[in-house]
Every structure is written in structure tokens, then in C-alpha cells.
Design a protein around this ligand. Structure first.
Ligand SMILES: Cc1cc2nc3c(=O)[nH]c(=O)nc-3n(C[C@H](O)[C@H](O)[C@H](O)COP(=O)(O)OP(=O)(O)OC[C@H]3O[C@@H](n4cnc5c(N)ncnc54)[C@H](O)[C@@H]3O)c2cc1C
Length: 265
């Protein structure tokens, strides 16, 4: 069984700051890490590998330093890492990112399962997993909190607004998982040492390697354009209520009454 895991390098903060002049993410002074839910995605793949004969490939699209998250993935137990990196990928929106990852996955050849995090803590769109599945024409199971993998069939529990549902799908299939799915293992020292050795099984593929045309990827391949980025100004006339919870509740009710907002009995 071949399992592909999508891992993204993100700033180690959910407090993402945007440079107001360039509109780009401010990365200076912020440590980069593997996107938290991608650790859980990788752990889910490794748990399958612990049980049955499986190989795990971690793949990331990003700048050259994103190789760090692939080293970490190898340290945790992935067999192979692929970094998809090229200047042509710069400025990609989610559509162009999914196209790039989809083309790279096609180059990887046969696979049974793709596992991704639900959402990256910087971009926050939760679009990549579903879009990659669409690109590849395979089923997708999102918001997964439990998974059981058998040959040619995957059963999952997924969170829905009203609770949980248990569904199954034939392989190949793509899962996006929530952190509730498992507790990720730490990379082993031996794994980390091997993953940083010159012969570490990490390949770097550029646009030509995955057969990407210039207008499919990066800024040119993006269907959306950022017109402006800004931080909303703090609302004026903000009043902060302090005190015990019941004092705050009473003050809030009075404030609503003062604004003629009708409250229930
Ligand atoms: C209009 C627009 C313009 C943008 N312009 C730029 C820009 O100019 N420069 C820039 O750097 N970014 C830009 N971005 C952000 C970039 O498109 C997203 O970071 C990227 O597409 C991933 O989306 P996300 O972070 O929301 O991932 P999500 O969809 O939230 O991620 C879900 C999961 O998909 C997988 N995944 C996501 N991204 C990757 C990846 N790169 N490699 C491997 N796996 C991945 C992970 O498993 C992750 O947990 C732009 C976004 C938009 C919407």
C-alpha cells in the first residue's frame, strides 16, 4: 500500500501578520514548523504502516527551506520525501497550489491513500485536500477523527455539525483529518540523523519535473487575486465589561436595554 501525506511548512503561530505594503506574510522572526494537523495526518499514515505492509511518501510544495518539514517527516518514519519547489509556483492561490500538488502526485504514480490536514494555520482555507481530490478524480473524506484501512477500502468516522458519521470509501481516496484522530509520535534521533544525511531520500522537483505549464501554477495559474489586505480597525466606542460573570451579565443586559434590544424573558 502506498500512502501519500501532504505536509505544509507554516509559521509557528496562528497570529499571522501581513505586511501592509507588500501584502505578503511576515515570516521574519517567526519560527517555521510542520502544520500541526499535518503531523496528525502523518501519524495516521504511520499507524497504517505499523500494521500492514505500506510505504509512506511525504510531499510538500514550498520554498527550499520547506525541506525541513520533510526531514522531520522522515524522522517520524516516512520512507520518502518530495519537495515541489520552483520560482514558478510563487504567488499561488489554493487552486494553483492544488494543481501543483496534484501534478506531483500524478508523477509519484500509483497510490492507495492520500492524507492531509484539514487546514493550515496560516492560509486557513481548508481547500487544498478537497481540491487535490477533485484534481485527481478520487473520493474525499473530510474532518476525519478515526480511520481503519483495509485492502481496497477505508472506513472513517468524520465530524459533522450534528455529531459524527461513519462512512467508507474504496481506495484510492483522500482523507483530511482533525487533530482528534491521534497523538503524533516524536521523530526518533536515528530517524532525524538519517534524514539529514546527504543520502536522505528527499527529492526536489521543479515545474518541468511535474510537467507544469507556466499558466497552470503560481500567480499565472491562480484564479483569485488579492486586491488588498488590511487589518480591520478596532471598533470605536468599545466598552469593556469587567467584574464577576454575573456582574458582567447584568451590565450586558443593561447595555442591551439601553439600545432597545429586546431580550427574551
Ligand atoms: C487569493 C490568494 C492568493 C494567495 N497568494 C499567495 C502568495 O502570493 N504567496 C503565498 O505564499 N501564498 C499565497 N496564498 C496562500 C496559498 O495559496 C495557500 O497558503 C496555499 O494554497 C495553501 O492553502 P491553505 O494554507 O489555506 O491550506 P489548507 O487548505 O488550509 O490546508 C489543508 C491541508 O492541505 C495540505 N497543504 C496545504 N498547502 C500545502 C503545501 N504547500 N504543500 C503540501 N501540503 C499542503 C496540508 O495537509 C494542509 O493541512 C494565497 C492564497 C489566496 C487565497
Amino acid at each position: 500500500m502506498h500512502i501519500i501525506v501532504l505536509v505544509k511548512q507554516v509559521p509557528n503561530t496562528s497570529d499571522v501578520r501581513i505586511d501592509p505594503k507588500t501584502g505578503n506574510l511576515v515570516r521574519e522572526g517567526v519560527e517555521s514548523v510542520m502544520n500541526p494537523e499535518d503531523r496528525h495526518a502523518l501519524e495516521a499514515a504511520l499507524q497504517v504502516k505499523d500494521k500492514i505492509d505500506a510505504s509512506v511518501t511525504a510531499i510538500s510544495m514550498g520554498p527550499p527551506q520547506a525541506i525541513e518539514v520533510l526531514c522531520e517527516a522522515l524522522g517520524m518514519g516516512a520512507d520518502r520525501g518530495v519537495l515541489v519547489s520552483d520560482r514558478a509556483f510563487a504567488g499561488a492561490d489554493t487552486w494553483a497550489t492544488s494543481t501543483t500538488l496534484g501534478l506531483a502526485i500524478r508523477r509519484l504514480g500509483e497510490f492507495d491513500l492520500i492524507v492531509a490536514g484539514r487546514q493550515a494555520i496560516d492560509g486557513d482555507t481548508a481547500q487544498i485536500g478537497p481540491q487535490v481530490a477533485e484534481f485527481l478524480g478520487i473520493p474525499q473524506l473530510t474532518y476525519v477523527t478515526w480511520v481503519d484501512v483495509e485492502p481496497q477500502k477505508v472506513t472513517v468516522e468524520r465530524r459533522v455539525e450534528t455529531g459524527c458519521e461513519r462512512v467508507e470509501a474504496p481506495t484510492p481516496v483522500l482523507l483530511t483529518c482533525l487533530s482528534a484522530i491521534n497523538r503524533p509520535r516524536y521523530p526518533t534521533v536515528a530517524g532525524l540523523l538519517n534524514s539529514t544525511a546527504p543520502r536522505a531520500p528527499i527529492e526536489v522537483w521543479n515545474a518541468a519535473d511535474i510537467g507544469a505549464k507556466a499558466y497552470d501554477v503560481g500567480l499565472l495559474g491562480s484564479l483569485t487575486q488579492v486586491m488588498e489586505t488590511f487589518t480591520p480597525k478596532e471598533a470605536r466606542n468599545t466598552e469593556y465589561l469587567e467584574g464577576t460573570p454575573s456582574a458582567i451579565a447584568s451590565a450586558l443586559i443593561e447595555a442591551f436595554r439601553g439600545k432597545n434590544i429586546r431580550l427574551g424573558d
